[in-house]
Design a binder for this molecule. Structure first.
Ligand SMILES: C[S@@+](CC[C@H](N)C(=O)[O-])C[C@H]1O[C@@H](n2cnc3c(N)ncnc32)[C@H](O)[C@@H]1O
Length: 252
């Protein structure tokens, strides 16, 4: 199924009114207090991501497909960088703006509507790009990676967290997951120093999250119901996917 901006707007509207879902995600993934995630990157995973981004105070980070901006804002808080968040969901970006103000980071955080394949940013305008659990939605994937390369200054880092199919012919998995092949796609987009690592511990945390979401009483909480639907859809083919961290550098 193609997931457009309208579907994500609805998804984010459901999550706005769901502190219960946010708390479950925060507890199971071990996220820092106040980080609003709509993905599956753990708190320990974020520490690894920050190390891989190799950012210095005053630099610019693009959080691509940023959603509510949680990870980018946390990185801005920790490292002193300026964050630019791009997403095609206007509802998510409204929540990201609000969160930046609440955290006192509005002067170092900007959010704009854009596509994975077309951010609207200038060439070589950012020092690093982060894409958390979103690259699978790009159509086509190589165009999104070329966009990351275009906006990165020479020597800048790209960090992608995602999933890949163990067997691209596994029809239990959505096409978007079966098309992921970062070890081949990052060099094709012109990146060097490409590394793609399996993350079994992240994967285990994700599985626990889906299981605990299913075991919870969702009542009429729309965010919890939506998580339960996702869990029912994902768990039967969970053994067919691996969780990956991909890192690469734009050539100098
Ligand atoms: C699983 S969420 C992850 C959000 C955020 N990175 C996080 O970790 O909390 C996927 C995000 O991708 C965005 N997205 C999906 N397709 C997109 C596209 N074609 N262009 C821009 N954003 C897109 C959605 O709106 C959503 O915010």
């Amino acid at each position: 199924m193609e997931l457009g901006a309208a579907e994500f707007d609805r998804w984010y509207a459901d999550r706005t009114d769901s502190p219960v879902a946010d708390e479950l995600v925060r507890r199971v993934l071990g996220l820092p207090p106040g980080l609003q995630s709509t993905s599956l990157l753990t708190g320990a995973g974020l520490d690894e991501v920050v190390a891989e981004l190799a950012l210095r105070e005053g630099q610019v980070l693009l959080d691509l497909a940023c959603g509510r901006g949680g990870y980018g804002l946390e990185i801005a808080r920790r490292t002193g960088v300026r964050v630019v968040g791009v997403d095609f969901s206007a509802v998510a970006l409204e929540q990201a703006h609000r969160r930046a103000r609440e955290l006192g980071l509005a002067d170092r955080a900007g959010f704009r509507v854009g596509e994975l394949t077309g951010t609207g940013l200038g060439p070589a305008s950012v020092d690093a790009v982060l894409v958390v659990d979103s690259l699978q939605f790009a159509e086509p994937k190589p165009a999104a990676l070329r966009e990351c390369r275009r906006v990165l200054r020479p020597g800048g880092r790209v960090v992608v967290t995602c999933w890949e199919a163990l067997d691209p012919a596994d029809e239990r998995l959505p096409r978007r997951m079966r098309e992921m092949d970062l070890a081949a796609q990052l060099p094709s987009a012109g990146f060097v120093d490409v590394e793609v690592t399996d993350k079994p511990v992240w994967r285990a945390a994700e599985q626990t999250l889906w299981q605990q979401a299913l075991a919870a009483d969702a009542g009429d909480d729309p965010g919890m119901r939506s998580m339960q639907e996702e869990a029912r859809r994902l768990l039967p083919s969970f053994d067919g996917m691996r969780r990956v961290l991909a890192t690469a550098t734009a050539p100098r």
